[in-house]
Each structure stands twice: as C-alpha cells, then as structure tokens.
Design a protein around this ligand. Sequence first.
Ligand code: NAD
Ligand code: UFG
Length: 336
Amino acid sequence: MNILLTGGAGYIGSHTIVELDKAGHSVVVVDNLVNSSEESLRRVAKIIGKDVPFVKADVRDAAAMNELFDEYKIDAVINFAGLKAVGESVAKPLEYYENNMNACFVLLDVMRKHNCKNFIFSSSATVYGDPAIIPITEECPKGQCTNPYGKTKSMLEEVLMDLQKADPEWDIVLLRYFNPIGAHQSGLIGENPNGIPNNLMPYITQTAVGRRAELGVFGNDYDTPDGTGVRDYIHVCDLANGHVCALQAIERKCGLAIYNLGTGHGYSVLDVVKAFEKANNLKVPYSIKPRRPGDIATCYCNPAKAKAELGWEAKYGIEEMCRDAWNFQKNNPEGY
Ligand code: NAD
Ligand code: UFG
C-alpha cells in the first residue's frame, strides 16, 4: 500500500517508515517540522536505501493537503502529527486543542473527498487516566485526563468512533501507545527532544552523556514496590511494527478497532535507571524530587488483544531498549 504518514519526520513516525518499508509498503511523509527536522528523513533514507518522499506542510492547511492527495494515490493514512508535551499543553491549551484537533479534522475531510477511508490514529495510554484496571485491557473505561494533550487524544478517539459509525466504509484503528523508548539499532534515528526533556528515557540518556547534571526522580512515595512510578516501556521499533500489523487489520476491513501497544511489563523509574546502568555499564546520577503534578502511580497494559487479533507482540525487552536509546544518544550527543 501507499501510506501517508502525517508527522512522519518525528520520533515514532521515522521508525515506522523503516518497518513499513521492510513490509513492502511505500510511504509519503507530510510534516511541518514544528518538533522535528528533515535530517531524520535523510537518516531513514540511509537505513532503507532510498529517498523518502516528503511534503513540508501543515496538516491544517487544507489546500496543501488536497494538493498532496491529488498528486499521490494514498491508500491509508497514519496520523502521527500532533503536539505532545503534557506540561506545555497545560500552559498553552488553545494551541494544543487548535493544532491537534484541527489537523485531524482537515485531514479526515480531505481523505473522504479523495475516497481514502483507511486511518490509523496515534492514541495514548493517557486516555485511561488513573486506570480502573491493572493490567489495562481495552475494555477498561476511559478515565479523566488531567491535561489538554490527553484530552485531545480522548476527544479525537470519540470523533473517529462517531465517523466510523456514520460511514462504515471507514476502517479505523486506534492504537493506544504505552511508553515508547529506545531507537533503531543503527543509532541513526532516535528520540530528539527540543530543550529539556520531559520524558524519562531522554532525560537519562542526556544525563549519561553529560548534558544534564542528574536525573530528578519524581516521587518515591507512590504505592508501588519501590515507591517510584511504574510504566510499560516499549521499544519504538516494536511500536512501529504494530502499525504494519494494524494496516493488515485495515486490509481485512476491521471497521473500528482499538489496541493497546505495550509489553505488559511494568518497570519503576529506579528499575529503568538500574537497567540502563547495567546494559551500558554507566552510572546515572539521580536524586529524589517531589511528585510531578498529574502523574499516576502505575500504568501497564494487557497486550493480549493485539496478539490475538493482530498477531503482534513486543520482541524487545528493557535491556535492548536501554542499549539502543544509549547507542543513539552517544552517536548523536547533541541530537540531529
Ligand atoms: P514527535 O513530536 O516526534 O512527532 C510528531 C510530529 O508531528 C513532529 O514531527 C511534528 O513536527 C509534527 N506536527 C505537529 N503538528 C503538525 C501539524 N499541524 N502539521 C504537520 N506536522 C505536525 O512525537 P512522537 O513521539 O513521534 O509522537 C507521534 C504521535 O504519537 C503523536 O501524535 C503523539 O501524541 C503520539 N504519542 C506519543 C507518545 C510518546 O510517548 N512519544 C505516547 C503516546 C502517543
Ligand atoms: N520521570 C522522572 N523523572 C523525569 C521524567 C519522568 O522521575 O525526569 C518519571 C515520571 O514521574 C513517571 C515515569 O518517569 O513515573 C515516566 O514518565 P514519562 O514522562 O517518561 O512518561 P509518562 O508516563 O508520564 O507519559 C508518557 C507520555 C505521554 C503519554 C503517556 C502514555 O509523555 O504523552 O506516556 O503513553 F500519554
């Protein structure tokens, strides 16, 4: 199939191009580069041995998107485009709602005008709020999101469900990602956050490479085995492969389907620090800081539905995630 990746120059998008290419798909990327750089696509081109067709445009620009769909015959879209920094979304709610919601609305409208009704949406474990069931299955009720970023994911899921109900020609897969970390084994592409990292793994790798003095561990008084927050970390290449499997579901005319993409294992912040130190033979200085507002104690999934229905499961463990995250950071100390 010919797949359009909105936001495809970003962290998860760039890794997904590699997996799609491996599976024999061709891709087109549209990105406004607000949180990425074209260098990621040049690196992907090195890995796959061919150029990646790229349109620099904002997905909210209907004219540009129409032109893109006129020029390329697109069979399916994976919608990665969006702003994703939780803290920033609290400070700039209007920018987050406007960008994430409008980009999706414009895209869906252009798609239906071009009779392309196959769609994969990057959703998030954040839609479960403080989860009612651990491990989290897809049946777990959605919860109260504490920030505008999470609310855009939850609201767009509702929009997509209504759309598919109204027009069953649409096949739509909502992928609820848990915590993607790691990088492609080549060390050429990886996570490249702007400014001070919000997320755990890039903070660890930047501390290890000397760009940050020490990691702050946000709280050690949660109701977890060691008191620090527990999450379901998933290797970004496994996550990327989940999109290839979701496309197969679309080819089988899945209607509306929802899948958790995680490993099913929960690791605490200190587990991750220890695993990183062991995998890479390094020390990561850290100190305990107050809890981060909005954080929950524990979040990991039951990935059985994705295994049963998509034939997908994570291959990589925490060791490979830590090794590959460090491999990218040490090869690219200042990022791209
Ligand atoms: P990323 O920021 O690296 O990639 C998103 C890309 O979208 C960026 O390249 C950015 O430039 C682009 N973009 C944003 N707004 C755009 C617009 N209006 N028009 C065109 N391009 C636009 O983020 P990522 O980690 O690769 O995440 C991809 C998707 O997965 C996002 O929707 C994110 O919310 C979702 N997600 C990420 C995580 C995570 O932990 N990384 C977890 C759950 C869900
Ligand atoms: N943490 C620290 N220090 C840091 C950064 C994080 O101790 O410097 C802790 C957090 O308190 C949490 C854990 O590490 O316990 C993971 O935090 P992340 O910020 O890496 O990830 P979150 O689980 O908070 O959120 C991420 C994404 C969200 C997404 C969610 C579920 O940022 O966008 O995973 O997919 F919604």
